[in-house]
Design a protein around this ligand. Sequence first.
Ligand code: COA
Length: 424
Amino acid sequence: MKALEGVRILDFTHVQSGPTCTQLLAWFGADVIKVERPGVGDATRKQLVDVPGADSLYFTMLNHNKRSIELNSKHGTGQEVLTRLIEECDVMVENFAPGALDRMGFTWERIHEINPRMILASIKGFGPGQYEDCKVYENVAQCSGGSASTTGFPDGPPLVTGAQIGDSGTGLHLALGIVTALYQRERSGRGQKVSAAMQDGVLNLCRVKMRDQQRLMAGPLEEYSQYGEGLPFGEATPRAGNDSGGGQPGRILRCRGWETDPNAYTYFITQTAVWGPICDLIGRPEWKDAKGYATLPERLDKLDEIFDAIEAWTMTLTKFEVMEICNPLNIPVGPILSMKELMEDEGLRATGTVVDVDHPERGSYVSIGCPIKLSDSPAEVVRSPLLGEHTEEVLSDVLGYSGEDLDRILESGAVGQPKRTASG
Ligand code: COA
């Protein structure tokens, strides 16, 4: 038995943020029914296509373990079916543009009236206020949530990060909101509205940067490299380059092979507790007790010199050798791993975090499995559904339509053309 077995999700999500959330719930065992526009489906099915005619990796990697039903929610019969779905499901998840669900005629009040136990979970770009009507994508959220202004080097422009903290990050936040609302429903018997705004999600992940904003009002941020370099601070938390955030100086340093391999680097933290072993390792034992080097505050204006010396050592080794040597000494280091290395990582494959998935249209592809492991509810990755693959199955098995009633709906034009049958 899976953790969320018996929970049925009406998945009205598209692109990345919402699908991330419902994919997680599906991995935990919920029955996720993805509602898609007839003949079109989630726009990502046809975005960044790498195998002509097949669903893209953008879609397949975000929609595992779901069923797909084609349904025009603006068509009368489609609305009848949607109403039945609301009656039968526990949670409705959506990340339409602001107001789109209301324009379909399904306001929160109406949904709650149809099914008082229904939990309506929504992702929007912004919460209520000045920007609530805006459509928002990943990088807009990174910029408006405080990530971009604090990412990059102090003398360069703001940067967006590769981690999809706006989309996937908010999907994660929403998933927690949903299971929490399900838990409360156990006692209250009532559904509720769960909202997660992408700006709020990004800001939550940038919590330590607002910590620094307040510390800055009390004086310069001594652990930032720019302090040791004598560069003045402005009014806002600055970009910190590759500094480590916890007050222990850290940098990304070159390793052997950096001239040709763009990822031959390691992260290296000069943790105070292991300053002695670091000095021994890099051949500078005198720094252990030398005036100006022995304590962290003394070292802050010499970080360039210190990291240059450490780098002279790391450049003689591969990033993996640095890890092997430093780990037993409790010196925190981290190899910069490329996507290629991660895709081939045996450890990640053994835990199911990286998996091979078979797909009838595109053959085998690599995906990322469930990153959260439940000992009593292991997640198995099942390929994403073809568009409308489960329309008839859901209409009959979940909603109980049969005979003439089923034919009426299938012929109404509200649920797309007769379905493709998956051969795999
Ligand atoms: N049947 C009929 N109509 C459907 C439908 C269905 N099954 N599914 C969607 N539609 C309609 C919607 O009702 C909407 O119509 P309307 O504008 O007439 O009300 C239309 O399709 C477009 O939906 P929308 O959500 O506006 O898509 P978009 O492509 O224009 O915008 C986003 C995409 C992501 C910018 C927008 O959905 C958004 O801001 N979402 C919230 C934030 C978010 O999640 N962003 C990140 C996504 S990774």
